[in-house]
Write a protein that binds this ligand. Sequence first.
Ligand code: 6GU
Length: 253
Amino acid sequence: MDSGYGITVLTLFPDLVREYFRTSIVGKAVDRGALVPRVVDIRDFARDRHRTCDDAPYGGGAGMVLMAEPLASALDSVDAKAQHVVFPTPSGLPFRQVDAARLSRKDGLVLVCGRYEGIDQRIVDEYVDDEYSIGDYVLSSGELAAMVIIDAVYRLRDGMLRSESIREESFQDGLLEYPHYTRPETFRSRSVPEVLLSGHHARIVRWRREQQLIRTARNRPDLLRHVQLDEAERKLTESIRDKESDDECNTGG
Ligand code: 6GU
């Protein structure tokens, strides 16, 4: 097996990030040496005895900006210019599964976590390769977004998961996942769908595909534009879409 995937995180909240690397499935990858985390406290690179890392923005305005000098020193201390640097920011490109896949093929990553209103733009210009947002909402902390990105990336590395479960999961084929069931067969008078007990593989595959189409049409109709549908599938998703827009009219939504 190849040596571990190195992930360096520059942060003002090192305890938060260290805890993530210790926990759960990620923690196991770290124990196995598949994932090699390095957490750097930006404050260690401050220039004054108060360990100041932020200052008021030129031009005025609310909030504070992470200063260039401590960040540059922290980045240089991990040789960031020789690596792929990601800056999680609500102003970035939307982070998608294809981006996770691309990042998983790098030798490793450096993530820079901003806080407050952002970081000095000259750091972005000089060091950052990718800027990503994880969704249309504002978090107080770049750390949570960095952990989301790391989580999506590390699990795609070879040998992390059975390739079949990666191939089948949501977004790989452009559709949301079908519903899952395990024992018992009846739970609080709700039974597992008959077809899953039939042992009839072709019928199960057909049912699951149909469930994927129904869910996607209901929850993420935007995804259907990128998926090849046959005639029957197109009719099914259109009937759901028409029904959903009727419901919207009826509820005034
Ligand atoms: Cl990457 N950072 C912050 N602070 N908020 C976000 C985000 C990132 N993505 C969505 N909201």
